[in-house]
Design a protein around this ligand. Structure first.
Ligand code: SF4
Length: 320
């Protein structure tokens, strides 16, 4: 099989050169308020939870799922960076298993020291570690199916977005894009968001509005920040599964990686942008949070809420 030729710099379309030339201004946290996608999604799930976390400043307890997700992100991103910057062989020589285990335990210890409490058990830590190693092993063996450094160019890892999305100049939307890749053969830029999941996304998760809105929003603001036309951008959730059923009927259920591209056309983007604008208009006055608003309690979302068992903070009663 002939070796795939790497795309040359003088073959890049103008919009790719524009990405490399873009400098994202540092965030002015002193005079402005930032809104992340996570903040917007918390508000969308339950405005009262948002009020407790952002206005009252009650912290969420640490979570083993978050620790696992961070160390998995770092490992996959580092492997992909080496692969595109150097070679697949170099990435395969890198000790990715040791890196993942070390980062997982380092992050766990950091959080444990901050909160002065263990938030997992030795057996659970071991289980998550083994699941992580199985994901990485699968990813490395099947890497060529998802990424190739032939016609693709890595534009960035953790690429920043820092945009003022509404007429309120004191509130900005900020985010970091996990992976952004240009594919010369498709004339497309692909924004990839890595998600860790226990068993992958089922049909309920694939239709969960709050889960799906992140990438269409990133698509819009990446286009505005870096000057890439919307029609040249694709988006994709890259979902890695901790558990799989080896005997599942369908091959896709036996894979550790699931790809899902959410709707991200102009109508979808406009709807989500309107919802973000409404959130900012409701909850911010200049660069201050509004405290004169009734922040509704959505009891349908209590199951995964960190304040579910804290009646002193949320009585789950009528709207406050
Ligand atoms: S416990 Fe339920 S109602 Fe209360 S903040 Fe959490 S999600 Fe909202």
């Amino acid at each position: 099989m002939p070796k795939k030729q790497k795309v040359k710099k003088n073959e890049y379309p103008d919009y790719v050169n524009q990405v490399f030339e873009t400098v994202v201004e540092p965030t002015d946290y002193i005079n402005k308020k930032g809104v992340s996608y996570s903040q917007f999604s918390i508000y969308s799930d339950c405005p009262h939870r948002w009020y407790l976390q952002y206005i009252e400043k009650h912290k969420s307890p640490p979570s083993i799922h978050f620790t696992f997700g961070t160390s998995m992100h770092e490992t996959l991103q580092e492997y992909i960076q080496i692969m595109y910057d150097k070679s697949v062989a170099e990435a395969n020589r890198w000790n990715y298993s040791e890196f993942f285990q070390r980062r997982f335990l380092e992050l766990y210890r950091e959080e444990k020291d901050k909160t002065e409490s263990h938030y997992s058990s030795p057996s659970e830590l071991m289980e998550f570690m083994e699941d992580g190693l199985a994901i990485i092993d699968y990813f490395v063996k099947n890497r060529g199916y998802y990424f190739t450094n032939g016609s693709q160019v890595l534009l960035g890892i953790e690429m920043p977005i820092n945009i003022t999305p509404t007429t309120n100049p004191n509130v900005f939307f900020n985010g970091r894009l996990d992976l952004v890749i240009y594919d010369h053969s498709l004339n497309r830029v692909k924004i990839i968001d890595i998600k860790t999941s226990t068993r992958g996304w089922n049909r309920y998760q694939k239709t969960d509005k709050v889960k799906l809105r992140q990438l269409p929003l990133y698509k819009k603001y990446f286009s505005e920040q870096y000057g890439v036309p919307l029609e040249n951008i694709e988006v994709e959730y890259f979902i890695v599964k901790r558990k799989i059923n080896e005997n599942a009927e369908f091959a896709s259920q036996r894979k550790r990686i699931q790809i899902f591209s959410p709707p991200s056309g102009k109508i979808t983007i406009n709807q989500i942008t309107a919802e973000l604008n409404s959130f900012i208009q409701t909850c911010f006055n200049g660069n201050e949070y509004r405290t004169d608003v009734e922040y509704y309690k959505n009891i349908d979302k209590c199951k995964w809420c960190p304040f579910n068992d804290k009646p002193e903070l949320c009585d789950k009663g009528a709207s406050k």
